[in-house]
Ligand binder design. Structure first.
Ligand code: HEM
Length: 182
């Protein structure tokens, strides 16, 4: 279990695995859509689906363990901001995979995990090179939500990083150190 001066190995491992993978997926997502790097799509989707399971594990862990207590005394406004950003990050890590799966599934492109098909592609019978949407409405809704959630997540990550650096370099407290296992 987490303590104010020492975080559990589970909290630290889940935090860093999620952080590295999600930042990688954001960078890959932004790049592949702009550069039309189609080869990256299956990789992005496979890792994105795996993140969904990690995100669920994190939620279960948070419910069982609660949020770690603050490492020092902060002003009311700072505590409120930290709380909002934590919620934004946890909701966005669930929303991104869900909306990605909705978009990819409904659009007919399909998705899976490294070759293990979860929703198959929906090819046009007379032109198999093209795909046909299972549902235009859900494909468009999923695409818009995935993009919006991605931008909210990226903003949340920057604010979270700003907070971590402020605690470390200005307040000189243990917030960052305890997440590094020190
Ligand atoms: C935590 C997990 C995920 C993150 C952080 C993430 C992040 C992103 C980002 C930043 C973009 C670029 C958005 C834009 O500027 O238009 C993107 C695009 C995309 N993502 Fe994800 N994604 C995740 C999970 C998934 C999953 C699970 C799928 C599908 C199974 C998926 C499918 C896609 C597709 C198909 C695009 C391209 C959209 C387009 O071409 O307009 N993503 N993702």
């Amino acid at each position: 279990m987490d303590k104010a001066d020492k975080l559990s190995k589970i909290t630290i491992s889940l935090h860093w695995i999620t952080a590295v993978v999600i930042m990688g997926l954001c960078a890959a997502g932004l790049y592949m859509t702009r550069a039309e790097a189609w080869a990256l799509y299956p990789l992005h989707k496979s890792i994105g689906v795996l993140v969904f399971f990690i995100a669920i594990l994190r939620v279960i862990w948070r419910i069982r363990n609660g949020w770690p207590a603050a490492a020092a005394d902060y002003s009311h406004i700072e505590r409120q901001m930290a709380k909002v950003i934590k919620w934004v990050l946890i909701i966005a890590t669930l929303a991104l995979p869900i909306t990605g799966m909705l978009f990819s599934g409904a659009s007919g492109h399909g998705f899976g995990i490294f070759g293990l098909v979860i929703v198959p592609s929906h090819h046009m019978p007379d032109n198999p090179a093209q795909v046909l949407a299972y549902s235009e409405f859900w494909a468009e809704t999923g695409a818009s939500l995935h993009q919006a959630a991605a931008y909210v997540l990226i903003a949340g990550i920057f604010l979270h990083l700003a907070g971590a650096f402020k605690h470390h370099f200005i307040d000189k407290d243990a917030t960052l150190k305890r997440m590094l296992g020190k």
